[in-house]
Design a protein around this ligand. Sequence first.
Ligand code: GLA
Length: 368
Amino acid sequence: MNLIFRVIMFSFLGALMFASCKPRKGHAVKEADQKGMKDHYRSYFPVGVAVGPQSLKGDEAVLIKQHFNSITAENAMKMGPIHPQENRYFWRDADSIVSFAEKNGLKIRGHNLLWHEQTPDWLFKDGSGNQVSKEVLLLRLKDHITSVVKRYKGKIYAWDVVNEAIDDSPQNYLRNSEWYRICGDEFISKAFQYAHEADPEALLFYNDYNTERPEKRERIYRLLKELLNAKVPVHGVGLQAHWSIYEPTEQDLRAAIEKYSSLGLQLHITELDMSVYPWEKDRREKRPDEADSLSPELEQKQIAQYSMVFKVFREYKKNITSVTFWNVSDRYTWLDSYPVAGRKNYPLLFDINLKPKKAYWEVVNFKK
Ligand code: GLA
């Protein structure tokens, strides 16, 4: 009697447990989808992600291997971090990203060789603290580009050579950076030339943000055209794509893609994220009554915007030859502290637990 009672109890409990573990129908299909974004987009373009060395282990590494087939160093290859002193390079972090990529068969985009931010302290000054001459600065640039590009020759297939040389103000053309103040506009063509000499096989990109805003688009177009006319070895334009639920419009996105493509350049989407706040600092500050969560309303807008931009990317797959996200998931995004600190953002396709968001399914469930 006792035994029979126990058998019945166990069967009952077992059945209960099985029923509660069984996933609901729609959910089961999604969880069973072991395909990653890269597989859905196999016949379109590689799908990349920007990382630091800390993302190459644990659950983030698992996610990266499932969903991405291209990688970019978020900071490790920038001039400040990789070349902290004139005669000292710091290779460890960049090397670890490159070897992770090689081990797992990911393509590698190099980022970046020249920028006005994250530059090392020694770069623009001589031993007495005075500004260096144009000749000295170009020589330093050449040494830097040659060392970095040669180290990863044959491993890094594409480089963002010059980052953000166009000014923010529509009234100006080039940014009034230290590079510009010391060298005039020549630093741009020289950077491409040095990179090409160091690795003639690498694809070389000019990379910038707000590339779809009509006034900036015209100035970027002008720069690229001037470089091409002067036979500077530039092969592509990087659209950073730090976008938001408010921009770009589909019309501006298409116009930008067509304008840059008309120069015969390839396009890489290099730093994609979709902020749930407007871009400008003064419109991003949190009002006291606002919460720090992804509201259903913001989420819907984000789904619609992600869906629109990927539809356009697929349509222009001949021109867009790579799409890279800036960071892995909403667990960590540079937008949590930019342009104002203290306001959590949710700009990516994976949530803070690394689970695909609704926007993810929208992006991968298209008619193949
Ligand atoms: C720019 C740079 C990137 C990165 C982002 C912010 O877009 O190109 O390297 O620094 O800003 O993370």
